[in-house]
Write a protein that binds this ligand. Structure first.
Ligand code: PLP
Length: 310
């Protein structure tokens, strides 16, 4: 019963008809494309989509199109070509975790309407904090009624460390219960994880204070770091990649930050393209303004010490 209650709560949170739980969002992404799409259909996927979306698409027999990252001209050209297929599904991360950038969902939904396509978004990096009430990218960009399918995780902002789901139209969720292999052939979530996720959703639905404070803290960090001379990739997202370019510089600076009690991670090739090494900072709801200011101060000192700042 607690699993059914959580599914109902997730659907209410996203203002969708129904939801289905998985052990992880990786499983939700692995299950959906094969269950929904046939060889007569087409799926159009952003080239930088998460690995689990790529794997899920690999498992289905639909015609596959990969459009350039957030490039609406390229998506339109591919949608035109895909008119010959029975059904079209555009698949994108709502927010991309490596660069902290947000998919242009308004434009994607307009194109989907024009070319009679469905829209699927992976909201792992949006659920719980993007948008005025933390509903996600579709709320932030005002297209909650235009996105058909949402997959997301209970393991990131919702804090449970595991669990994923699909939410959308009831007939789709009914289909997944009959056909989705990671749902049919794997255990459901442990009850403790269900309890934790359920409470997290209660907190978010009681008040938008957490979501609002995330936006303010993100803005504080991004603007202070930019004023200090750093380049922060992406826009308005609490994932704040501090762009450094050089892999060694990112590694030594991240180590130095850790020695000052600030846990940030350096990323370099092959996780990100060559020459685009960065330290990825994630602002959290539990950070205070003082924490954020201390982090900016430490970055400034460490950046000067290692030559990233003059
Ligand atoms: N989708 C995206 C965009 C992710 O970043 C992740 C996790 O890194 C997943 C899916 C997988 O989520 P989970 O950890 O719940 O399997």
């Amino acid at each position: 019963s607690i699993h059914k209650e959580l599914e109902e709560k997730i659907a209410r949170f996203h203002q969708r008809e129904d939801a289905i739980l998985y052990a992880s969002c990786f499983d939700a992404n692995a299950g959906i494309f094969e269950a929904l799409l046939t060889p007569e259909d087409a799926v159009l996927s952003d080239e930088l989509n998460h690995a689990s979306i790529i794997d899920g698409i690999r498992l289905c027999k639909a015609n596959k199109y990969r459009y350039k990252h957030m490039d609406m001209q390229d998506l339109e050209a591919k949608l035109q070509d895909a008119q010959k297929h029975r059904l079209r599904l555009v698949a994108t991360d709502g927010a991309f975790s490596m660069d902290g950038d947000i998919a242009p969902l308004r434009e994607i939904c307009q194109l989907a309407q024009k070319y009679d396509a469905l829209v699927f978004i992976d909201e792992c990096h949006a659920t719980g904090f993007l948008g005025p009430n933390g509903r996600g990218t579709d709320e932030l960009l005002g297209v909650m009624d235009k996105v058909t399918i949402i997959n997301s995780t209970l393991g990131k902002a919702l804090g449970g460390a595991a669990g994923g789901y699909t939410t959308g139209p009831k007939p789709l969720i009914d289909l997944l219960r009959q056909r989705s292999r990671p749902y049919l052939f794997s255990n459901s979530l442990p009850p403790a994880v269900v309890g934790c996720a359920s409470k997290a959703l209660d907190l978010l639905m009681e008040s938008n204070a957490i979501a609002q404070s995330m936006a303010a803290k993100t803005q504080r960090f991004r603007s202070k770091m930019t004023a200090a001379g750093f380049t922060i990739s992406g826009k308005d997202h609490p994932i704040c990649p501090v762009m450094l370019g050089d892999a060694r510089l990112a590694a030594v600076m991240a180590e130095d930050m850790l020695s000052r009690g600030i846990y940030v991670i350096g990323f370099s090739y092959p996780v990100v393209p060559k020459g685009k090494a960065r330290i990825r900072v994630q602002v959290s709801a539990v950070h205070s303004d003082e924490d954020i200011d201390r982090c900016v101060e430490a970055f400034t000192q460490v950046g000067r010490k290692h030559g990233a700042l003059p």
